[in-house]
Design a protein around this ligand. Structure first.
Ligand code: DC
Length: 219
């Protein structure tokens, strides 16, 4: 199989794949696809628009701006909707929508269009198994539900949002279950993915492990 210049990073909610993808994109000057944000955008616009129109809105009115630490999502050139998209309400509705075949099919082409021949790092749930199954390097990043809940707890506290640890652990387990047991594109490592369990690793350690893989297998 001819392999394309894509690094895929899949994994469960709050496994740190988003931060890893941003660090890799910046370090290696690659384009970034945060596929979860497309499902979140779908959920965000779902209330007042039909499905094919949502794809047009994402294509024509939404911009993804990568900075050193984050990706900002801008609507109509000047409305920053990053914060709204990160809410738990949008996350839950995105999770529900993501089990619909029609939504996954509509987003498939949009996701593949992020790859323009030069390098891309793509994070999500099915980047290595479905969307870019011919990617040169595949990483599956995971951590225990407790560790992931703790990371999400700190993140939400920093954003001054109210949090309840037992509810957060339940939420994460629930999301894991529905993401990994749905019929289409369930969350699974690709056969040729490198699995990293980051339960006992810092973000720096994860990055350095991934960096070694990239230098060995991608560049
Ligand atoms: O990574 P995230 O939390 O931003 O993703 C939001 C939801 O979208 C998540 O519940 C699962 C879904 N998703 C998916 O089904 N496939 C992807 N490639 C990315 C996200």
């Amino acid at each position: 199989m001819k392999r394309i210049n894509v690094i895929t990073i899949d994994g469960p909610a709050a496994s740190g794949k988003g931060s890893l993808a941003i660090s890799i994109a910046n370090q290696f000057s690659l384009k970034l696809l945060d596929s979860g944000s497309l499902y979140r955008l779908f959920a965000f616009f779902e209330r007042n628009t039909d499905y094919s129109e949502i794809v047009e809105i994402i294509k024509n009115r939404v911009e993804f701006k990568l900075t050193n630490e984050s990706q900002n999502i801008i609507l109509d050139k000047n409305v920053d909707i990053t914060h709204e998209l990160k809410s738990e309400e949008v996350a839950k509705s995105a999770s529900k929508l993501s089990s619909q075949k029609e939504v996954r099919n509509l987003l498939l082409k949009l996701q593949r269009d992020f790859y323009q021949g030069s390098g891309l790092v793509a994070d999500g749930r099915d980047m290595g198994t479905v969307v870019f199954n011919d990617a040169k390097l595949k990483i599956f990043l995971t951590a225990s539900p407790e560790v992931r809940a703790k990371r999400r707890y700190i993140e939400l506290q920093n954003r001054k949002q109210e949090v309840n640890m037992p509810a957060l652990i339940d939420d994460i387990k629930q999301r894991d279950l529905s993401d990994s047991t749905r019929d289409i594109s369930p969350l699974l490592p690709a056969d040729d993915a490198h699995i990293i369990d980051s339960s006992d690793m810092s973000l720096e350690e994860v990055f350095s492990y991934a960096e070694n893989l990239i230098r060995k297998e991608f560049i």
